[in-house]
Ligand binder design. Structure first.
Ligand SMILES: [Cu+2]
Length: 155
C-alpha cells in the first residue's frame, strides 16, 4: 500500500511540475495563518509550521509579500522578565528532520505596515525564500483578532 501511495504521489508531483507551488527541497509548510488587524494597524502577525523532511539543514532567509511594506522574522525573548520581539536578521534555521513552528508568543512573522487591513476570512500571500530549497509561495488564512491564545498584547 505504501508503494502505491508513493507511486501516486510521484505521479501527481510530476503532473504538477511547473505549476504553482510544488513542495521544494523536502520542506513542507502547513498551518499558515495571519492575524486580522484593525484599520491602520502598524503590524500583523503571521504564523506557520515548516517541516524539514529532508536530510540537509536549511534556513528561511527572508519573506516577501505584496501585502505589507516588508516582512520580518521575529523571535520572542525574555529581557528582565519582559517579553520582547527581536528580528532574526540572519534568518531562521531549519534543522534537517525537524519541525519548526511559528506561533503566537514565540517565533513569528511580522508583516510591517500592511497595505490593507487584514480581514478575517481572506488570505494574504507571502513568498518564503529558503537558502537551499528555493522559494515557496504560501497562502496565509486570516483569522479573527482574538483567534489565538496569548501574544496579542505583545504586539
Ligand atoms: Cu513581531
Amino acid at each position: 500500500m505504501k508503494y502505491i501511495l508513493t507511486a501516486l504521489l510521484m505521479t501527481s508531483l510530476t503532473a504538477c511540475a511547473g505549476a504553482a507551488a510544488p513542495p521544494v527541497g523536502g520542506l513542507q509548510v502547513t498551518e499558515a495563518w495571519a492575524r486580522a488587524t484593525p484599520p491602520n494597524a502598524p503590524v500583523a502577525g503571521g504564523y506557520l509550521t515548516i517541516n524539514n523532511q529532508g536530510s540537509a539543514d536549511d534556513r528561511l532567509l527572508r519573506v516577501e509579500s505584496a501585502a505589507s511594506q516588508r516582512v520580518e522574522i521575529h523571535e520572542m525573548s525574555h529581557d528582565d522578565g519582559v517579553m520582547r520581539m527581536r528580528e532574526l536578521v540572519d534568518g531562521l534555521p531549519l534543522p534537517a528532520g525537524q519541525m519548526t513552528s511559528l506561533k503566537p508568543g514565540g517565533l513569528h512573522l511580522m508583516f510591517i505596515q500592511p497595505k490593507q487591513p487584514f480581514v478575517a476570512g481572506q488570505t494574504v500571500q507571502a513568498t518564503l525564500v529558503f537558502q537551499q530549497a528555493g522559494t515557496q509561495t504560501v497562502s496565509f488564512e486570516i483569522r479573527a483578532l482574538d483567534a489565538a491564545e496569548h501574544g496579542a498584547k505583545q504586539h
